[in-house]
Design a protein around this ligand. Structure first.
Ligand code: ADP
Ligand code: MG
Length: 834
């Protein structure tokens, strides 16, 4: 009510819009004392005054200054959650959303129903929730359901300096929502919190905020950190260098925790093993999981009956699930891919320890890994005091850079690198590359050493190299495909995405490529033909969304997969397509495949033979899952389906996963995602009545055929054709495939189910570049499906033209009058009846 008053009396006298209430919080003395030490506490008045006076406020403060844990509490106490409103806080990482909600609940002595979290797969939000931590993807989904976010009184965008794509989009959207809410007399506040001072993209951006929001700088009580540069910069073995440095610190320097920054999970685990070996620490045994017969469950999955097949074509492109999207079910989880950091690699579980460091093992080192794919209980360990008489050593990826503050760190060892996914917009090839981090991020890492007392940071690179680092990390939006964002925005009825107030806009080409893909998937209407190039371009950049597009936007997966889901109800394929899509969306389900894409440290002969043996077993399992004949042609997707099927028949135990080279956490996530996607399909198309029994029988041959067609309809722009005889002269093309957009060959990976089959046409999930360009997630396609299921990519000859020779040789019967070729590349395709 008193916010309303402000609105009305704007023209008259300015009255202080003090919240009417002060909500007392009952904190323990220990918590109260700890809080008082946090720099942000000194700024409480300033922050609250600014929030009262301005619709949007920016807060900058060093990591650990108390932004995430305290600002929501200030707002709560000032009554911002007292009249039924909610204080929402978004985090780019799931880890942070979960652990910060726990921490704040604990500090405030409030139950989890009141201080809650929501991430893509889980949450504990209730009708009593007053403070809600969530991933940025979750809030974006909520905006789709309620553009005005009426349940919220305040939105805090945390970790804005990370410039995650969803954070950027949210800020853009909120810059529009806030004035709308004001106009409607239900004002909402926006707080943007950053760990760096570089906030001009938000403040000095006329497109975003007409009056620049005030910036409050929190003086961190940071103790001095002495920086030690290496004389030389190890180019390869920085993990080894980190090992030696950590050993040295532990043996020679006074007590204080050590935090080591590496780039990915495999490195983290490998260093943890080496350190544990060098400085053993006896830990409690963890209970083993119950017994389980894996071969038995595999048999059950395989034995379930298989029916004979019918012929093609089976799927109908015009039969998709779509309903007007006026309302959805309130509790459906969201998250358009709220992914975490760059821990994309996995780990083979073998120990490359050389143990040649002559360590004094008398003081045990309490070694803990920290990365985003780590189970939450394991992550939580870093906040607990280390056992008496030990020194804490956390080996982390960049999750420890700003999102989580680990207590008691005095020494930081920084490899200076970060793993990032790079994406080539033209070819669609992605690769993970370890690159130098930015100066801002190296300084953040160093700062972790000076939270409680003066500290030291050991940089495993020279000061000259540091001088060459870029100053800041660039916004993620500039280096990833944006089709999912464009679809989400179109679903919000933002037709001209180019005009959206992005803090950093993606390139015009990226936006155009996204629209093009969405048009070809049928999610956006085809732009009408225009006369001039300029007119054409303008039309292409403002295509409205279709009914199919709305359905696709409601599925929390990327557009290509969403298309598959939309088509999935046909021929009882839905349970399978849900599973395949879930498996393709979850990060690496097989433990070893990604390892291939990494340079691993050298192993001993014995270790190598162990690895070879394990690989052989995993390959064998994969063959079993892929099956023979018809099902084999679904290729790697059949392997995924078989793996999930077998795993569910084995009740998804960690032991089964371990034995069969599956990543347990991924399998659990797939199960959840299957449930979530089922709900999403049901919400769009209730008459389908989708229901997923985790234990499903293998698909029939006919269903496999349909699945392959559905996959083709979704991955049409990822078609590759086996190299033709004429190209074979060049040895680099041996067993290669040609794609429409690349000059160089791509290959089927030796791990793939189709490695030996080499079908004429395949579709792939993505191309990863390593020693060669490899396709991942490969599935075989019949040539005659292409003109029927991907007419948008085909060029059709005039009726009556002689069918192409290809057609006659590949299947015998002529059903067609029009020959066709696959778009720019002109691959001859079977003719079709049109
Ligand atoms: P910022 O968001 O500014 O980086 P935080 O609010 O996250 O700062 O952290 C403030 C303080 O709270 C830090 O000293 C941190 O160590 C402490 N803290 C945060 N989470 C936990 C936790 N789960 N257990 C113990 N201390 C924590
Ligand atoms: Mg924080």
């Amino acid at each position: 009510t008193e916010e309303k008053k402000t609105d009305q009396e704007k023209v008259q006298i300015k009255i202080p819009s003090q919240p009417a209430v002060f909500i007392p919080v009952n904190r323990s003395t220990a918590v109260q004392e700890a809080r008082l030490k946090l720099p942000i506490l000194a700024e409480e008045q300033v922050v609250m005054e600014a929030v009262r006076e301005n619709p949007c406020v920016v807060i900058c403060g060093e990591t650990g200054s108390g932004k995430t844990t305290q600002v929501p509490q200030f707002l709560y106490e000032a009554g911002y959650a007292s009249d039924g409103g909610i204080i929402g806080i978004t985090e780019p990482r799931r880890v942070a959303a979960v652990s910060m909600s726990h921490r704040v609940a604990q500090e405030m002595n409030l139950p989890r129903q009141v201080v809650s979290y929501q991430i893509r797969y889980e949450g504990n939000v209730t009708s009593d929730t007053k403070i809600k931590f969530m991933t940025d993807g979750v809030l974006l989904k909520e905006i789709q359901k309620d553009f005005l976010l009426q349940r919220y009184r305040v939105i805090i965008i945390d970790e804005a300096h990370e410039r995650s794509v969803y954070t950027d989009i949210l800020i853009g959207l909120l810059s529009r929502i806030i004035p709308l809410r004001n106009k409607k007399g239900m004002p909402m506040k926006l707080l943007i919190m950053s760990a760096t001072l570089r906030v001009e993209d938000f403040t000095d951006n006329q497109k975003l905020f007409r009056t620049p929001p005030p910036v409050i700088k929190v003086d961190a009580r940071q103790f001095p950190v002495t920086i030690h540069f290496n004389k030389r910069t190890p180019l390869e073995d920085y993990t080894g260098e980190a090992f030696h440095k950590t050993c040295k610190i532990h043996r020679m320097l006074p007590p204080g925790g050590i935090l080591v920054f590496l780039t990915g999970q495999a490195e983290v685990n490998s260093l943890c093993r080496r350190l544990r070996k060098a400085f053993p620490f006896r830990r409690g045994n963890t209970a083993e999981d119950e017994d389980d017969d894996s071969s038995e469950s595999m048999r059950k999955f395989k034995k379930a009956k298989v029916k004979k097949t019918v012929s093609l074509p089976c799927i109908d492109l015009d039969s998709y699930s779509a309903l007007p999207m006026d309302e959805g079910d309130e509790d459906r989880e969201a998250g358009v891919g709220d992914e975490e950091d760059g821990d994309e690699d996995l780990d083979l579980g073998d120990d490359p320890a050389d143990g040649n460091e002559k360590a004094d093992p008398s003081i045990p080192l309490y070694v803990l890994p920290l990365y985003s794919l780590l189970a939450p209980e394991q992550q939580a360990k870093v906040f607990r005091p280390s056992p008496p008489g030990t020194r804490l050593c956390v080996v982390a990826t960049n999750v420890a850079e700003t999102s989580l503050t680990i207590p008691g760190i005095k020494y930081v060892v920084d490899c200076g690198r970060v793993k990032k996914r790079f994406y080539d917009r033209v070819t669609g090839v992605s690769s993970f590359q370890v690159t130098w981090t930015s100066q801002a991020s190296a300084n953040q890492r160093a700062g972790r050493a000076g939270r409680t007392e003066p500290g030291h940071c050991y940089r495993l690179f020279s000061s000259a190299v540091f001088g060459d680092f870029s100053l800041f990390s660039e916004a993620e939006i500039t280096r990833r495909p944006v089709e999912d964002l464009v679809l989400q925005m179109k679903d919000l009825n933002i037709e001209k995405v180019v005009n959206f107030p992005f803090p950093t806009p993606p390139s015009a080409e990226a936006l155009a490529a996204a629209e093009q893909l969405l048009v070809s998937l049928g999610a956006l209407e085809k732009p009408p033909q225009r006369r001039t190039v300029k007119e054409m371009q303008r039309a292409q950049l403002s295509c409205p969304i279709t009914a199919l597009g709305r359905a696709m936007a409601s599925f929390p997966v990327a557009p290509r997969y969403a298309k598959m889901l939309a088509l999935g109800k046909q021929q009882d394929c839905l349970p399978y397509i849900l599973t395949v899509v879930a498996a393709m969306t979850v990060r690496e389900i097989f433990e070893d495949i990604v390892v291939f894409f990494l340079v691993r440290p050298a192993h001993s002969d014995e270790e190598n033979s162990k690895i070879t043996q394990r690989r052989a077993r995993l390959t064998q399992m994969r063959r079993l899952w892929a099956g023979q004949g018809a099902s084999l042609l679904l290729g790697d997707l059949m392997v995924m389906l078989g793996a999930v099927g077998a795993c569910e028949f084995a009740c998804c135990t960690p032991k089964f996963c371990e034995e069969n080279g599956l990543r347990y956490k991924a399998m659990v996530e797939i199960r959840r995602l299957r449930g979530q996607l089922t709900n999403a399909v049901n919400a769009v198309c209730p008459e389908v009545g989708a229901f997923v029994d985790p234990k499903m029988n293998p698909p029939t041959e006919h269903q496999v055929l349909c699945l392959r067609q559905i996959v083709l309809a979704g991955l049409g722009d990822h078609l590759a054709r086996r190299v033709q005889a004429e190209d074979m002269l060049d040895p680099k093309w041996k067993n290669g495939y040609k794609t429409p957009l690349m000059d160089d060959p791509v290959f089927i990976h030796p791990n793939s189910a189709l490695f030996k089959t080499l079908p004429d046409f395949v579709v792939y999930q993505e191309i990863m570049e390593n020693t060669k360009m490899y396709m991942r997630g490969v599935s075989a396609v019949e040539a005659e499906w292409i003109p029927q299921l991907l007419p948008q990519y085909c060029h059709f000859g005039s009726p009556g033209e002689v069918p192409s020779p290809w057609f006659c040789s590949s299947s015998g019967t002529v059903r067609c009058q029009r020959s066709s070729t696959f778009f720019r590349v002109g691959w001859p395709l079977p003719a079709v009846e049109m």
